[in-house]
Design a protein. Sequence first.
Length: 458
Amino acid sequence: MCSINLAINGSFEQVKAMQQATIRRGTTESMYAVGKTWVSFSYLPITDKHAPIQPYKSGEFTVWMNGFISNYKELAEKYDIKLETNCDTELLVKFLDKFDYYKLDELNGFFAVVVHYSRHVGNEWSCFTDRYGTKQIYTYKRDGITLISSEVKGILAVFPDIELDDVAVNEWKETLGVVTKNTIYKGIKRVAQLPMPTFTVRSTLSYEDAKRELSRLLHQSFDRNKYDGESGVYLSGGIDSGLIAHWMRPEYSFSVDYVDPRFSEIELIKLNSTGIHHSIIVNRELADIYAQKTMLALDDLKAGSCYTNFAIAELASKFVQVVYSGAGGDEFFGGYPHRKNKDINDVVYRCDVGELTEVIDYGTLSHFEYDMEFLRAVLVVEDRMSGWHTMETRYPLLDNDLVNFALSLPGEYLENKRILKDVCGLHEDVVNGKKKGFSNPYFTNEQWAQFALENLKK
């Protein structure tokens, strides 16, 4: 978890303000000049705590990266790239120097990258993120200045007068921001993600062979994402986080329970429990206190109420710097069977839109496209919660090879997470348990939509 801030044609003071706004994302700060452009980097060292601070240089490339390339050692070996550190950013800059931008699809993991390429005179700066948008970069242009930041807060620190976008506000009230392409602020845009692959031909593997290959790819991802130090897992009573806990064996587990037994999964959570297990109980007091705290971190409205996400991230940060999330399991392994036969508008609308004078029709959106937007919304929320608490969240179920394989499987293998259930190795009560999801009681969707708009911090 790091932050990158720069102001092309801007001032040192502007970049310093951006750095201060996003400073919680790292433990060490640096400023670096490229010509007349200052770049701020707040650094949370994970892969190599003794490596030189970014940027890294090779040839005409200078690179800053927020995130983790999970297969960087494999790429170094595959392409005979010599590394002087144990840092994935060193691999990235040498990879770019060797292949330019032509092999970016081979990068696995979660990352947001800013590149200065001195050969492109007049267009030296470029940015990209991983294909899921796990890590974000935002841009904003005004008066000949281009601001680039890891968080919206960085841009608002320079231009606090940026107005809300009426269309995005309307989409927030309808969909809780899931389908909003950019942000709720006028002119603040997301950097493009690397493209997802398309699969027109389904795998012909038998179900038994598919199970064996899925198991292999899961363990490959677990190995890639395993942290050498103490780590934790956000643990529910379901399959996705449960199999991460079961196979990766982190030292800590962190869970949410509820005063209201209708939301509780505690008996299933106990079956998934591993390591030293800490839980928080969501009551009215927690909702009131942490709803306000959440809005300090959440500068990009996405996915609805998330005060429990803030609370559990705060809990985890007291024990670990790296925590695993099961995000992606539902989206790529058939985890939303209850909504597949619904009209897409019935899925997209998460609030009562009766009072709106202009209701958007999302009829051209496919269910898979919505799932991808919903996933990105979840990842934005998790990024803000981790960043606020100076942690890194890793996503083993979003490994590119694993996801590519899931996307190639016949639909019957994925129905209601069939194949994942068959290889997860979890207790039968977990496998057959009823999904309850990560609930946020005490706020309806409509109440949270209004609360967030009223308390959005600029």
